[in-house]
Design a protein around this ligand. Sequence first.
Ligand code: NAG
Ligand code: NAG
Ligand code: NAG
Ligand code: NAG
Ligand code: NAG
Ligand code: NAG
Ligand code: NAG
Length: 408
Amino acid sequence: MLSNLLFVVFAVTGAVFANNNGVGLKPPMGWDMWCTNGRCERDYCDAKEVMDVTDAMVTNGMKDAGYEYVIISDCWADHRDENGNIVPDKDRFPDGLVPVIQHINSKGFKAGLYTDAGMYTCSPGGRNHTIPGSYGHYEQDANAYASWGVEYVKVDWCSTKVNGTQLDPHKQYQEMSEALNKTGKPIFLNSCEWGIDKPWEWMHQYANSWRTGPDHHDDWKTTSKIIELNADLGDYAGVGKGWNDPDFIMTGGQSCNTVDSSHCPGMTDTEYRTEFTLWCLMSAPLLVVTDVRNMTSIMKEVLLNKDLIEINQDTTGPGGKRIGFDKTCGENVCQIWAKNITNGEKAIALYNADSVSHNITLEFSLLGWKMVNIRNLWDGTKYYNFTESVTVVVESHGVQAYRASAVQ
Ligand SMILES: *[C@@H]1O[C@H](CO)[C@@H](O)[C@H](O)[C@H]1NC(C)=O
Ligand SMILES: *[C@@H]1O[C@H](CO)[C@@H](O)[C@H](O)[C@H]1NC(C)=O
Ligand SMILES: *[C@@H]1O[C@H](CO)[C@@H](O)[C@H](O)[C@H]1NC(C)=O
Ligand SMILES: *[C@@H]1O[C@H](CO)[C@@H](O)[C@H](O)[C@H]1NC(C)=O
Ligand SMILES: *[C@@H]1O[C@H](CO)[C@@H](O)[C@H](O)[C@H]1NC(C)=O
Ligand SMILES: *[C@@H]1O[C@H](CO)[C@@H](O)[C@H](O)[C@H]1NC(C)=O
Ligand SMILES: *[C@@H]1O[C@H](CO)[C@@H](O)[C@H](O)[C@H]1NC(C)=O
């Protein structure tokens, strides 16, 4: 009896579900300034950059393609005033954040901000002093964000050892979730404790999306590692839950240094296509961190691929996942990924993790089908009435991606 009672009490106090905030019904799409002005983690953002990118996202086709959020990362805050209010960096945002957010809204986008659950943010962004995190100020900060018109908050996990004691992410993210909820404004919450505490199993109570692993960088090493980390997590994502966040999209390459906005690609075009394809199948947030004011041809081809974006935004079923291998290539090399989508169709990706090309065979029995119609999501070619299986060459680190339906 007592244990039943306790269970009820816990159930009630734990009942602030972030996914009751009415947002995040699809994986969020947008831009975050993380690798735009300067290399990733060495960014230097300012009001002009954010407004210029916002304008560019209208003219470069990103807005029409569905990108919705403009997110100001770890670079905007400076210090707390004597009342504990968080104060934006005066050099970077001379008039504060409100005019920038109004500009973002005026172009039809929603604004996002970065904060940290602990004492200090992860990166001082080229400054000589630490930047305060939200610890001890969750409600105060949530109220400030809400009053400025912020509709998305990323909550990082640096400096979470306070006075020698490691904070508990369950408790901290719940408190931040409640603080955002109390503002009365629906605000998307993205948690970022790097997958340490298996957030896919519980974070949906508090957040709309959760980072599932370490930082993604503009290199194949982290991209391939993150693909492996997320291969089995698809069922945790979906409407009424939230979204596994494998981290940012690096397509086109990070900025070369801290002053110019040209691109220094750390991956091949093939690898960028693989990144985007698998992020789309996973129903991952599509948050681009490269300089979209100056899109290279691979950026246009990848970031504006409407067919793949449609797969990403399809919420008929849970997120996609790895469903099998073509074992003739060796262990864990030729991978078959799938996501259930509308009208009983499936998105399929044949992914070659190896450093040499392979023929990959997909047996349709793996899909529970005998005969299929398929359309290639990168070149648009269609094949009708395929029976039993299909075999295609997939280059090293590449994918072939399809939309497939059963022929009855
Ligand atoms: C706050 O949480 C309650 C309970 O889950 C929910 O009904 C409400 O819509 C939430 N409000 C906001 C603004 O997120
Ligand atoms: C940081 O400190 C160094 C040494 O005191 C100084 O030379 C530099 O200008 C400072 N940088 C900033 C961004 O304040
Ligand atoms: C750390 O401990 C000291 C001494 O008890 C206390 O004054 C201070 O507020 C604590 N800091 C935090 C962030 O809790
Ligand atoms: C745009 O990108 C190209 C290719 O990455 C680079 O050569 C050029 O300098 C960039 N232009 C600007 C204005 O940043
Ligand atoms: C798709 O749905 C079918 C039927 O519910 C299920 O057996 C299969 O595992 C699902 N596939 C994926 C990739 O979720
Ligand atoms: C794929 O299969 C074809 C036909 O058997 C063969 O000619 C080709 O060399 C194979 N390619 C690779 C990369 O294995
Ligand atoms: C595919 O097969 C069906 C019968 O199963 C047939 O009606 C249809 O015409 C075929 N489509 C093509 C493009 O061959």
